[in-house]
Design a binder for this molecule. Structure first.
Ligand code: HEM
Length: 400
Protein backbone atom coordinates (compact mmCIF):
# COMPACT_ATOMS: atom_id res chain seq x y z
CA UNK A 1 0.00 0.00 0.00
CA UNK A 2 1.76 3.08 -1.19
CA UNK A 3 -0.81 5.88 -1.31
CA UNK A 4 -0.71 8.22 1.65
CA UNK A 5 -3.39 10.74 0.74
CA UNK A 6 -3.69 14.31 1.92
CA UNK A 7 -4.65 15.37 5.41
CA UNK A 8 -8.36 15.29 6.25
CA UNK A 9 -10.19 18.61 6.18
CA UNK A 10 -10.73 18.44 9.94
CA UNK A 11 -6.99 18.02 10.64
CA UNK A 12 -5.80 19.99 13.64
CA UNK A 13 -2.92 20.01 16.06
CA UNK A 14 -5.06 18.94 19.00
CA UNK A 15 -3.42 15.52 19.05
CA UNK A 16 -0.02 17.12 19.68
CA UNK A 17 -1.31 18.90 22.76
CA UNK A 18 -2.70 15.64 24.17
CA UNK A 19 0.42 13.65 23.30
CA UNK A 20 2.54 16.21 25.13
CA UNK A 21 0.33 15.78 28.21
CA UNK A 22 0.63 11.99 28.03
CA UNK A 23 4.45 12.18 27.94
CA UNK A 24 4.63 14.71 30.75
CA UNK A 25 2.27 12.74 33.00
CA UNK A 26 4.50 9.67 32.67
CA UNK A 27 7.87 11.41 32.94
CA UNK A 28 7.50 14.92 34.38
CA UNK A 29 11.26 15.33 34.88
CA UNK A 30 12.95 13.18 32.22
CA UNK A 31 10.71 14.18 29.31
CA UNK A 32 11.36 17.94 29.39
CA UNK A 33 15.03 17.23 30.11
CA UNK A 34 15.46 15.04 27.02
CA UNK A 35 13.39 17.39 24.84
CA UNK A 36 15.80 20.21 25.60
CA UNK A 37 18.66 18.30 23.95
CA UNK A 38 19.20 19.73 20.49
CA UNK A 39 22.49 18.10 19.54
CA UNK A 40 22.71 14.55 18.11
CA UNK A 41 24.70 13.19 21.09
CA UNK A 42 25.16 14.61 24.60
CA UNK A 43 26.82 13.27 27.76
CA UNK A 44 24.40 14.01 30.64
CA UNK A 45 25.83 13.48 34.14
CA UNK A 46 23.85 10.92 36.16
CA UNK A 47 21.98 9.73 33.05
CA UNK A 48 24.52 8.63 30.42
CA UNK A 49 25.31 9.48 26.83
CA UNK A 50 22.02 10.49 25.23
CA UNK A 51 21.72 9.83 21.48
CA UNK A 52 18.83 11.41 19.56
CA UNK A 53 19.98 11.17 15.96
CA UNK A 54 18.19 8.53 13.86
CA UNK A 55 21.28 7.46 11.92
CA UNK A 56 23.43 7.12 15.03
CA UNK A 57 20.73 5.19 16.91
CA UNK A 58 20.52 2.74 14.03
CA UNK A 59 24.31 2.40 13.96
CA UNK A 60 24.37 1.57 17.68
CA UNK A 61 21.55 -0.98 17.35
CA UNK A 62 23.27 -2.73 14.46
CA UNK A 63 26.72 -2.88 16.08
CA UNK A 64 26.25 -5.42 18.88
CA UNK A 65 30.01 -5.92 19.19
CA UNK A 66 30.61 -2.38 20.44
CA UNK A 67 27.24 -1.58 22.04
CA UNK A 68 25.47 -4.34 23.93
CA UNK A 69 22.61 -5.16 26.27
CA UNK A 70 24.59 -7.06 28.90
CA UNK A 71 27.24 -4.60 30.22
CA UNK A 72 27.00 -1.98 32.99
CA UNK A 73 24.00 0.35 32.67
CA UNK A 74 22.33 -1.92 30.09
CA UNK A 75 18.90 -3.55 30.38
CA UNK A 76 20.59 -6.66 31.83
CA UNK A 77 21.49 -4.72 34.99
CA UNK A 78 17.82 -3.96 35.47
CA UNK A 79 16.12 -7.16 34.38
CA UNK A 80 18.49 -10.10 35.03
CA UNK A 81 18.01 -10.06 38.84
CA UNK A 82 14.25 -10.28 38.26
CA UNK A 83 13.88 -12.44 35.14
CA UNK A 84 17.07 -14.52 35.10
CA UNK A 85 19.89 -14.47 32.57
CA UNK A 86 18.32 -15.90 29.39
CA UNK A 87 15.35 -13.79 28.34
CA UNK A 88 16.48 -12.38 24.95
CA UNK A 89 16.45 -8.78 26.04
CA UNK A 90 19.52 -9.38 28.23
CA UNK A 91 21.42 -11.72 25.91
CA UNK A 92 23.89 -11.17 23.10
CA UNK A 93 25.78 -13.09 20.42
CA UNK A 94 25.29 -16.70 19.40
CA UNK A 95 23.09 -17.68 22.38
CA UNK A 96 20.77 -14.79 21.68
CA UNK A 97 20.53 -15.54 17.95
CA UNK A 98 19.91 -19.21 18.60
CA UNK A 99 17.09 -18.59 21.11
CA UNK A 100 15.45 -16.09 18.77
CA UNK A 101 15.57 -18.57 15.90
CA UNK A 102 13.93 -21.19 18.05
CA UNK A 103 11.14 -18.89 19.22
CA UNK A 104 10.54 -17.44 15.72
CA UNK A 105 7.82 -19.96 14.70
CA UNK A 106 5.59 -18.60 17.48
CA UNK A 107 5.61 -15.19 15.75
CA UNK A 108 5.16 -15.97 12.04
CA UNK A 109 2.37 -13.98 10.33
CA UNK A 110 0.14 -17.04 10.16
CA UNK A 111 0.79 -18.04 13.80
CA UNK A 112 -0.05 -14.56 15.08
CA UNK A 113 -3.09 -14.21 12.78
CA UNK A 114 -4.42 -17.47 14.17
CA UNK A 115 -3.73 -16.40 17.75
CA UNK A 116 -5.28 -12.95 17.27
CA UNK A 117 -8.37 -14.19 15.43
CA UNK A 118 -9.12 -16.92 17.95
CA UNK A 119 -8.22 -14.93 21.05
CA UNK A 120 -9.75 -11.54 20.29
CA UNK A 121 -12.98 -12.30 18.41
CA UNK A 122 -15.32 -12.44 21.44
CA UNK A 123 -13.84 -9.35 23.09
CA UNK A 124 -14.02 -7.31 19.90
CA UNK A 125 -17.51 -8.48 18.98
CA UNK A 126 -18.67 -7.25 22.36
CA UNK A 127 -16.99 -3.84 21.85
CA UNK A 128 -18.64 -3.48 18.41
CA UNK A 129 -22.03 -4.36 19.86
CA UNK A 130 -21.69 -1.82 22.66
CA UNK A 131 -20.55 1.01 20.39
CA UNK A 132 -23.33 0.29 17.91
CA UNK A 133 -25.83 0.44 20.77
CA UNK A 134 -24.61 3.96 21.60
CA UNK A 135 -22.58 2.86 24.63
CA UNK A 136 -19.20 4.24 25.58
CA UNK A 137 -16.16 1.98 25.41
CA UNK A 138 -13.02 2.54 27.46
CA UNK A 139 -10.31 1.86 24.88
CA UNK A 140 -7.71 1.37 27.64
CA UNK A 141 -9.76 -1.39 29.28
CA UNK A 142 -10.40 -2.97 25.88
CA UNK A 143 -6.71 -2.87 24.92
CA UNK A 144 -5.82 -4.35 28.30
CA UNK A 145 -8.24 -7.26 27.90
CA UNK A 146 -6.98 -7.94 24.37
CA UNK A 147 -3.27 -7.75 25.25
CA UNK A 148 -3.76 -9.91 28.33
CA UNK A 149 -5.71 -12.51 26.39
CA UNK A 150 -3.06 -12.89 23.70
CA UNK A 151 -0.09 -12.92 26.04
CA UNK A 152 -1.86 -15.46 28.24
CA UNK A 153 -2.40 -17.72 25.21
CA UNK A 154 1.18 -17.34 24.05
CA UNK A 155 2.72 -17.83 27.45
CA UNK A 156 0.49 -20.75 28.40
CA UNK A 157 -1.14 -18.87 31.29
CA UNK A 158 -4.71 -19.50 32.39
CA UNK A 159 -7.01 -16.95 30.71
CA UNK A 160 -7.94 -15.23 33.93
CA UNK A 161 -4.33 -14.86 35.12
CA UNK A 162 -3.79 -11.42 33.68
CA UNK A 163 -6.70 -9.64 35.25
CA UNK A 164 -6.78 -5.90 35.93
CA UNK A 165 -5.27 -6.37 39.36
CA UNK A 166 -2.30 -8.25 38.00
CA UNK A 167 -1.85 -5.76 35.19
CA UNK A 168 -1.69 -3.01 37.80
CA UNK A 169 1.00 -4.97 39.62
CA UNK A 170 3.02 -5.39 36.42
CA UNK A 171 2.79 -1.65 35.82
CA UNK A 172 4.11 -1.19 39.35
CA UNK A 173 7.26 -3.12 38.36
CA UNK A 174 7.91 -1.19 35.15
CA UNK A 175 6.87 2.04 36.87
CA UNK A 176 9.91 1.67 39.15
CA UNK A 177 12.20 2.34 36.17
CA UNK A 178 13.34 5.95 35.82
CA UNK A 179 15.80 7.47 33.39
CA UNK A 180 18.47 7.47 36.06
CA UNK A 181 17.80 3.85 37.23
CA UNK A 182 20.63 1.48 36.45
CA UNK A 183 19.55 -1.17 38.96
CA UNK A 184 16.58 -1.98 41.14
CA UNK A 185 17.08 -1.99 44.92
CA UNK A 186 17.00 -5.43 46.63
CA UNK A 187 13.54 -4.55 47.97
CA UNK A 188 12.27 -3.74 44.47
CA UNK A 189 13.78 -6.96 43.07
CA UNK A 190 12.02 -8.95 45.83
CA UNK A 191 8.67 -7.27 45.13
CA UNK A 192 8.98 -7.76 41.36
CA UNK A 193 9.95 -11.41 41.71
CA UNK A 194 7.00 -12.15 43.93
CA UNK A 195 4.60 -10.54 41.44
CA UNK A 196 6.07 -12.57 38.59
CA UNK A 197 6.00 -15.74 40.66
CA UNK A 198 2.20 -15.44 40.94
CA UNK A 199 2.03 -15.06 37.21
CA UNK A 200 4.28 -17.85 36.21
CA UNK A 201 2.68 -20.58 38.30
CA UNK A 202 0.41 -21.29 35.32
CA UNK A 203 3.31 -21.14 32.88
CA UNK A 204 5.13 -23.81 34.88
CA UNK A 205 2.29 -26.19 34.03
CA UNK A 206 2.72 -25.44 30.31
CA UNK A 207 6.48 -25.99 30.70
CA UNK A 208 6.03 -29.36 32.38
CA UNK A 209 3.48 -30.43 29.75
CA UNK A 210 5.97 -29.45 27.00
CA UNK A 211 3.15 -27.93 24.91
CA UNK A 212 4.91 -26.60 21.73
CA UNK A 213 2.29 -23.93 21.05
CA UNK A 214 3.32 -22.03 24.18
CA UNK A 215 6.58 -20.26 24.97
CA UNK A 216 7.35 -22.29 28.11
CA UNK A 217 6.55 -25.59 26.42
CA UNK A 218 8.69 -24.73 23.43
CA UNK A 219 11.55 -23.64 25.64
CA UNK A 220 11.46 -26.92 27.48
CA UNK A 221 11.76 -28.75 24.18
CA UNK A 222 14.74 -26.53 23.40
CA UNK A 223 16.45 -27.69 26.57
CA UNK A 224 16.00 -24.55 28.65
CA UNK A 225 15.57 -24.92 32.37
CA UNK A 226 12.23 -24.18 33.98
CA UNK A 227 13.64 -20.99 35.52
CA UNK A 228 14.84 -19.74 32.12
CA UNK A 229 11.51 -20.51 30.49
CA UNK A 230 9.55 -18.76 33.22
CA UNK A 231 11.90 -15.77 32.92
CA UNK A 232 11.04 -15.53 29.22
CA UNK A 233 7.34 -15.58 30.07
CA UNK A 234 7.98 -12.71 32.48
CA UNK A 235 9.82 -10.84 29.70
CA UNK A 236 6.94 -11.29 27.26
CA UNK A 237 4.43 -10.15 29.81
CA UNK A 238 6.55 -7.11 30.65
CA UNK A 239 7.36 -6.12 27.06
CA UNK A 240 4.21 -7.27 25.32
CA UNK A 241 1.32 -6.03 27.40
CA UNK A 242 2.15 -2.55 28.54
CA UNK A 243 3.41 -1.34 25.16
CA UNK A 244 0.13 -2.28 23.51
CA UNK A 245 -2.12 -1.09 26.31
CA UNK A 246 -0.34 2.26 26.09
CA UNK A 247 -0.22 2.46 22.31
CA UNK A 248 -3.70 1.48 21.14
CA UNK A 249 -5.58 4.23 23.05
CA UNK A 250 -2.95 6.80 22.02
CA UNK A 251 -3.39 5.80 18.39
CA UNK A 252 -7.17 6.06 18.64
CA UNK A 253 -6.91 9.47 20.34
CA UNK A 254 -4.52 10.79 17.68
CA UNK A 255 -6.72 9.52 14.85
CA UNK A 256 -9.87 11.07 16.34
CA UNK A 257 -8.18 14.35 17.33
CA UNK A 258 -6.51 14.81 13.95
CA UNK A 259 -9.55 13.89 11.86
CA UNK A 260 -7.88 10.78 10.38
CA UNK A 261 -10.31 8.40 12.11
CA UNK A 262 -13.17 9.51 9.85
CA UNK A 263 -10.92 9.46 6.82
CA UNK A 264 -9.93 5.89 7.72
CA UNK A 265 -13.59 4.88 7.83
CA UNK A 266 -13.90 5.99 4.20
CA UNK A 267 -10.55 4.50 3.10
CA UNK A 268 -9.87 1.36 5.09
CA UNK A 269 -6.78 0.63 3.00
CA UNK A 270 -5.03 3.50 4.84
CA UNK A 271 -5.09 1.50 8.08
CA UNK A 272 -1.62 -0.05 8.04
CA UNK A 273 0.08 3.22 7.11
CA UNK A 274 -1.83 5.05 9.83
CA UNK A 275 -0.77 2.45 12.39
CA UNK A 276 2.89 2.82 11.39
CA UNK A 277 2.55 6.59 11.56
CA UNK A 278 0.97 6.31 15.01
CA UNK A 279 3.92 4.16 16.10
CA UNK A 280 6.33 6.74 14.71
CA UNK A 281 4.86 9.74 16.51
CA UNK A 282 4.23 7.93 19.81
CA UNK A 283 7.23 5.53 19.91
CA UNK A 284 5.71 3.37 22.67
CA UNK A 285 9.15 2.13 23.75
CA UNK A 286 10.51 5.69 23.98
CA UNK A 287 14.07 4.93 25.05
CA UNK A 288 16.46 2.00 24.55
CA UNK A 289 19.58 1.34 26.60
CA UNK A 290 22.98 -0.01 25.61
CA UNK A 291 26.34 -0.42 27.34
CA UNK A 292 29.56 0.52 25.53
CA UNK A 293 32.06 -2.36 25.27
CA UNK A 294 35.00 -0.57 23.72
CA UNK A 295 36.17 2.92 22.70
CA UNK A 296 34.21 4.52 19.88
CA UNK A 297 32.88 7.87 18.72
CA UNK A 298 29.24 8.82 18.29
CA UNK A 299 28.85 12.08 16.39
CA UNK A 300 31.50 14.23 18.02
CA UNK A 301 31.31 12.52 21.44
CA UNK A 302 33.95 9.96 22.39
CA UNK A 303 32.54 7.01 24.35
CA UNK A 304 34.43 4.41 26.38
CA UNK A 305 33.90 0.98 27.88
CA UNK A 306 31.20 1.00 30.56
CA UNK A 307 29.40 4.14 29.31
CA UNK A 308 25.63 3.88 29.41
CA UNK A 309 23.88 4.89 26.18
CA UNK A 310 20.35 6.26 26.33
CA UNK A 311 18.93 6.02 22.82
CA UNK A 312 16.15 8.63 22.74
CA UNK A 313 14.17 6.90 20.03
CA UNK A 314 11.04 9.00 20.55
CA UNK A 315 12.99 12.14 19.66
CA UNK A 316 14.65 10.52 16.64
CA UNK A 317 11.31 9.34 15.28
CA UNK A 318 9.70 12.76 15.58
CA UNK A 319 12.02 13.85 12.80
CA UNK A 320 9.91 14.40 9.73
CA UNK A 321 7.12 16.65 10.91
CA UNK A 322 3.49 16.18 11.89
CA UNK A 323 1.21 13.16 11.74
CA UNK A 324 0.56 11.96 8.17
CA UNK A 325 0.67 8.42 6.84
CA UNK A 326 3.84 7.55 4.96
CA UNK A 327 6.08 10.09 6.75
CA UNK A 328 8.29 7.50 8.47
CA UNK A 329 8.66 5.46 5.29
CA UNK A 330 9.53 8.56 3.30
CA UNK A 331 12.21 9.42 5.89
CA UNK A 332 13.68 5.89 5.66
CA UNK A 333 12.96 5.16 9.33
CA UNK A 334 12.12 1.53 8.61
CA UNK A 335 10.08 0.87 11.76
CA UNK A 336 12.76 2.18 14.12
CA UNK A 337 9.92 2.27 16.70
CA UNK A 338 10.36 -1.54 16.90
CA UNK A 339 14.16 -1.20 17.18
CA UNK A 340 16.66 -2.53 14.61
CA UNK A 341 19.26 -5.25 14.24
CA UNK A 342 19.49 -8.40 16.37
CA UNK A 343 17.08 -7.18 19.08
CA UNK A 344 14.37 -5.95 16.66
CA UNK A 345 11.05 -6.50 18.45
CA UNK A 346 10.26 -10.20 18.30
CA UNK A 347 6.60 -9.51 19.03
CA UNK A 348 6.11 -6.91 16.24
CA UNK A 349 3.91 -9.18 14.06
CA UNK A 350 1.74 -9.98 17.08
CA UNK A 351 1.54 -6.32 18.04
CA UNK A 352 0.54 -5.27 14.49
CA UNK A 353 -2.05 -8.04 14.21
CA UNK A 354 -3.64 -6.99 17.46
CA UNK A 355 -3.59 -3.25 16.75
CA UNK A 356 -5.20 -3.81 13.32
CA UNK A 357 -8.00 -5.94 14.76
CA UNK A 358 -8.82 -3.54 17.59
CA UNK A 359 -8.82 -0.55 15.23
CA UNK A 360 -11.05 -2.34 12.72
CA UNK A 361 -13.53 -3.15 15.49
CA UNK A 362 -13.65 0.47 16.69
CA UNK A 363 -14.22 1.71 13.14
CA UNK A 364 -16.95 -0.89 12.63
CA UNK A 365 -18.62 -0.10 15.96
CA UNK A 366 -18.83 3.62 15.15
CA UNK A 367 -19.85 3.06 11.50
CA UNK A 368 -23.10 5.02 11.88
CA UNK A 369 -21.62 8.26 13.04
CA UNK A 370 -18.41 10.12 13.76
CA UNK A 371 -16.36 8.72 16.63
CA UNK A 372 -15.89 10.95 19.62
CA UNK A 373 -13.53 10.83 22.61
CA UNK A 374 -15.68 11.90 25.54
CA UNK A 375 -13.11 11.66 28.35
CA UNK A 376 -9.44 10.87 28.80
CA UNK A 377 -6.97 10.68 31.68
CA UNK A 378 -3.22 10.31 31.09
CA UNK A 379 -1.46 7.73 33.28
CA UNK A 380 0.96 9.17 35.85
CA UNK A 381 4.31 7.78 36.94
CA UNK A 382 4.39 4.93 34.39
CA UNK A 383 7.32 3.76 32.25
CA UNK A 384 5.43 3.69 28.95
CA UNK A 385 3.45 6.90 28.42
CA UNK A 386 -0.24 6.20 27.90
CA UNK A 387 -3.76 6.81 29.13
CA UNK A 388 -5.39 5.49 32.28
CA UNK A 389 -8.77 5.91 30.61
CA UNK A 390 -9.95 6.92 27.13
CA UNK A 391 -13.68 6.84 26.49
CA UNK A 392 -14.92 6.48 22.93
CA UNK A 393 -18.41 6.47 21.48
CA UNK A 394 -20.38 7.33 18.36
CA UNK A 395 -21.07 11.04 18.44
CA UNK A 396 -24.78 10.46 17.90
CA UNK A 397 -24.76 7.96 20.76
CA UNK A 398 -25.00 10.89 23.16
CA UNK A 399 -28.11 9.58 24.83
CA UNK A 400 -27.99 9.21 28.61
C1 HEM B 1 3.45 -1.48 20.00
C2 HEM B 1 3.98 -2.50 20.59
C3 HEM B 1 5.46 -2.76 20.75
C4 HEM B 1 6.53 -1.92 20.56
C5 HEM B 1 6.53 -0.47 20.11
C6 HEM B 1 7.72 -2.69 20.87
C7 HEM B 1 9.01 -2.18 20.77
C8 HEM B 1 10.15 -2.94 20.97
C9 HEM B 1 11.50 -2.43 20.82
C10 HEM B 1 11.87 -1.00 20.44
C11 HEM B 1 12.35 -3.46 21.07
C12 HEM B 1 13.87 -3.41 20.99
C13 HEM B 1 14.50 -2.97 22.28
C14 HEM B 1 16.00 -2.82 22.20
O1 HEM B 1 16.62 -3.08 21.15
O2 HEM B 1 16.57 -2.44 23.21
C15 HEM B 1 11.54 -4.62 21.43
C16 HEM B 1 12.04 -5.86 21.78
C17 HEM B 1 11.24 -6.93 22.14
N1 HEM B 1 9.86 -7.02 22.09
FE1 HEM B 1 8.63 -5.53 21.55
N2 HEM B 1 7.35 -3.96 21.22
C18 HEM B 1 5.97 -4.05 21.16
C19 HEM B 1 5.19 -5.16 21.41
C20 HEM B 1 5.68 -6.40 21.75
C21 HEM B 1 4.86 -7.57 21.96
C22 HEM B 1 3.33 -7.65 21.81
C23 HEM B 1 5.68 -8.59 22.32
C24 HEM B 1 5.18 -9.99 22.59
C25 HEM B 1 5.69 -10.95 23.02
C26 HEM B 1 7.05 -8.05 22.31
C27 HEM B 1 8.20 -8.78 22.60
C28 HEM B 1 9.48 -8.28 22.51
C29 HEM B 1 10.66 -9.06 22.86
C30 HEM B 1 10.68 -10.50 23.37
C31 HEM B 1 11.77 -8.22 22.63
C32 HEM B 1 13.24 -8.55 22.87
C33 HEM B 1 13.85 -9.05 21.59
C34 HEM B 1 15.33 -9.31 21.71
O3 HEM B 1 15.98 -8.76 22.59
O4 HEM B 1 15.83 -10.09 20.89
N3 HEM B 1 7.00 -6.73 21.96
N4 HEM B 1 10.20 -4.27 21.34
Amino acid sequence: MRSTGTAPRTASNLHRVHEERVFRAAHPVAYPLLCRIRVPVLRVPGVGVVVRDTRLIRRVLLDGDTFDKTGPGSPADLWTPILGPSVLLNMEGADHASLRRKLAPLFTPSAVAHLADAGLAPLLADAVRRLRGGETVDVVALARSCASRLIAELAGLPQDTLDDELFARITRITGMVRLTSSRFSPRQVGAARSILADLTTGAATAYRAGDESTVPGRMRQLGLSEREALGAVGAFVLTGTETLVAFIPRLVAILVDSGWFERLRAELELRDELVQEGLRVTTPSPVMLRSVRGPSTLGDVAVRRGDRLVLANFLANRGPGDFAPGRGRAAGQKQLWFGAGPHFCLGAPLALAQIARVLDALVEGTADGPAEVTARRPARGVLIPGYRELLLRRADGARP
